[in-house]
Design a protein around this ligand. Structure first.
Ligand code: GLC
Length: 429
């Protein structure tokens, strides 16, 4: 199929998953509005309907909590095909029923990009309305996911990282006591092959963390102090650092000096804090269990996001180039979500090996900005090949290229349209 035909298909997937202003990731498996999915989706809409792209982000922020948090799922209407739904979460923090934690804060970066490419004439006003909301969300991250001011962002649940089933969470998750969960019926394994989904022991613990936070009324300070899971995540940390740089550019463009000064302070603190995640043996940034101060021992696709975060010093860049080439010699398609040289690597179980298109997009952006156009282009070409062969799947095997998980997936379509398609690359050239 030609890229122009795939462009049409991608647009049809986005409009087919559109629920009237917000987009679901895919039908069946994920029937609600997910936080970072929506934000990437906005990049896709922006290639053919900029007004609709802004709307996606605005609708996400309609669910912002009073304390500033933007939830990972907005349950705009009850759908029994998904578990755990609103009654399990038991939250009351915002205007729309939602889950109780967040997801990677890519929104400021995408708002920055939407404004940069805006031809609607209304972009500046819309960005101005979003700026205080973005500021509040970022303040929430610093207060409640970095309460000790270490300059790294922790997640209170594997799902908050957006990389739900990553081997980096295994040890911290095993330490979570299984309690207060009662009998429950999963729905994910009725939509996709259980061999690709987390095990029951993991699921019991996912729900036990939710129960522990529900027991303290989702009070953010209590959650930070008492949550049985609190792990500093290079993914969220680097996405947040990048988002702060883009938020700063936005504040400067809008002439908001006070906000700009505040953000400069955040950036300085996080640039320093990143050292806490650096694993000298592996020569890469990894996760750190904040409850035990123990670093994890594997390289994940988020280790490469250091460049996207602007940490492009020679040591980091050359270490990541080395890892890139080593991994490229082991698998056919980059970038696997976990190091194929690590014993926990599984090419098709989600977040333990498969490739995600939107992660490739961010990694490539980092390499390109660090001056390494060749590796950035390799990632774009691999992403295009995967979609050509595997379709608009949720994720792909780095070995066979097979598409897996859900089909007709929104963020895969969005990343195709905004970055991977050769028709896009030609426009950008
Ligand atoms: C899975 C992914 C998460 C994503 C969601 C919807 O839970 O791990 O990152 O947001 O699916 O696509």
């Amino acid at each position: 199929m030609s890229h122009a035909e795939l462009d049409n298909q991608a647009r049809a997937i986005l409009t087919g998953n559109d629920q009237g202003g917000y987009t679901i990731p895919t039908k069946g498996l994920y029937p609600y509005q997910w936080n970072w999915d929506s934000v990437f989706v906005a990049l896709g809409f922006a290639t053919f309907d900029q007004d609709r792209a802004w709307r996606e982000i605005e609708m996400l922020f309609e669910g912002q909590w009073r304390d500033g948090m933007v939830p990972h799922i907005l349950f705009r209407k009850d759908d029994p095909s998904y578990f755990p739904g609103p009654s399990v979460w038991g939250t009351d923090g915002g205007p729309i029923p939602s889950s109780g934690h967040s997801q990677p804060p890519v929104a400021a970066s995408v708002v920055h990009d939407l404004l940069a490419g805006d031809t609607t004439g209304g972009g500046e006003e819309r960005a101005e309305r979003l700026l205080p909301k973005l500021m509040n969300w970022h303040r929430w991250y610093l207060s409640y996911r970095d309460p000790d001011g270490l300059g790294v962002i922790a997640v209170i649940h594997p799902w908050e990282s957006g990389r739900d089933n990553l081997p980096d969470w295994d040890e911290a998750l095993r330490a979570v006591e299984v309690r207060d969960i009662g009998p429950y019926e999963r729905k994910d394994t009725s939509h996709v092959d259980p061999a690709m989904r987390p095990h029951k022991e993991d699921y019991d613990r996912y729900l036990s963390i939710v129960a522990a936070c529900r027991n303290v009324g989702w009070d953010p300070a209590k959650v930070a102090a008492s949550c049985p899971f609190f792990v500093a995540d290079p993914g969220v940390t680097f996405i947040f650092l990048r988002a702060n740089r883009d938020l700063l550019a936005l504040a400067e463009r809008l002439g908001r000096n006070e906000e700009a000064d505040e953000i400069r302070g955040w950036i300085a603190k996080m640039e320093e804090g990143a050292a806490r995640l650096w694993n000298e043996d592996l020569m890469a940034h990894v996760a750190v269990n904040e409850r035990t101060c123990k670093q994890t021992d594997g390289i994940s696709s988020a280790s490469f996001l250091a460049l996207y975060a602007g940490l492009t010093d020679t040591r980091t860049l050359s270490a990541l180039q080395g890892h890139f080439d080593r991994i490229a010699a082991k698998v056919r398609y980059l970038m696997p979500s976990y190091d194929p040289g690590h014993p926990s690597y599984e090419p098709l179980r989600y977040w333990r090996g498969p490739v995600w298109a939107m992660i490739n997009y961010m990694i490539a952006k980092g390499f390109a900005e660090a001056g390494d156009k060749a590796r950035a282009e390799r990632l774009r070409a691999d992403t295009a090949k995967l979609i050509e062969t595997g379709g608009f799947a949720e994720y792909f095997s780095p070995e066979s290229g097979a598409g897996a998980g859900g089909g007709a997936f929104s963020w895969t379509s969005a990343i195709w349209l905004s970055w991977a398609s050769s028709t896009r690359a030609e426009q950008a050239a």
